[in-house]
Write a protein that binds this ligand. Structure first.
Ligand code: PXP
Length: 248
């Protein structure tokens, strides 16, 4: 069964709306762990729009599962990761104008910069995962750059699922699911862990959670959105239940 990584960025987004102290993403991480999260993800963006450096510093010693730091492959971020020592880094492309991460890392096109960032992270004992589109060329490039894991972008699958109103017999859903499955299998063949995430929710997660060899799912928005009604602990527990059942 896949691990569940819970992204608490959106808790910080709400706090930053008033530049206040609550809700606190570190307390949210604790709630998520009680609900069954296997990993806590935060994205320290260049513009610090939600998670702040101090959040990461407080999070690291308090998280009892694992900290996954999402970040761009810049010198500044690599230096922060080397200093704080998260359990894993996920390298993502970052655009200032985007609302959330939009596409996968162009690993094949940015090979030398990525190889350098991965080596500097590994030198500090931090394994790196590449957030990439479900594209065989990107999987091969991630392997060549020395990544330990690939997080396969599930956005196109989620988009197809929504367009098909959740009908798994729809050819668009089938095609996008197959792309994720094949990219994940290729990553595993090349000795990397197969993670997946982006735009997954309570309705579309099961077919992804059932994919063979899946190591970890990273989910944020839908869980934090559900938490507004159900509380974070319960929202995480419900996602965990769906993932567990899908894996059976
Ligand atoms: N994985 C990566 C690499 C991401 O950038 C994000 C968004 O921060 C997620 C997973 C979670 O996506 P969502 O919030 O849509 O669940």
């Amino acid at each position: 069964m896949a691990n569940l990584g819970v992204n608490v960025d959106h808790v910080a987004t709400l706090r930053q709306a008033r530049r206040g102290v609550e809700p606190d993403p570190v307390r949210a991480a604790h709630e998520a762990e009680i609900g069954g999260a296997d990993c806590i993800t935060v994205h320290l963006r260049e513009d610090r729009r939600h998670i702040q450096d101090g959040d990461l510093e407080r999070l690291k010693p308090l998280v009892i599962t694992k900290v996954n730091l999402e970040m761009a492959a810049t010198d500044e971020m690599v230096a922060i990761a080397r200093r704080i020592g998260p359990d894993m880094v996920t390298l993502v492309p970052e655009g200032r104008a985007e609302v959330t991460t939009e596409g996968g890392l162009p690993a094949a096109q940015r090979m030398s910069a990525l190889r350098d960032a991965v080596a500097r992270l590994l030198d500090a004992g931090v394994p790196a995962s590449a957030f990439i589109d479900p594209d065989p060329a990107q999987v091969d490039a991630a392997a060549e750059a020395g990544f330990t894991a690939c997080e396969i972008h599930t956005g196109p699958y989620a988009h197809a699922f929504r367009a098909a109103a959740g009908d798994l017999r729809d050819a668009r859903v089938d095609r996008e699911l197959a792309r994720v499955r094949e990219a994940g299998a290729r990553a595993a063949d090349r000795g990397m862990r197969f993670n997946a995430g982006h735009a997954l929710n309570y309705h579309n997660v099961a077919p992804i959670a059932a994919l063979p060899g899946l190591w970890e799912l990273h989910i944020g928005h839908s869980i934090v959105a559900r938490a507004v009604y159900a509380g974070l602990r319960g929202a995480v527990a419900e996602m965990k239940r769906i993932i567990t059942e899908a894996a059976r």
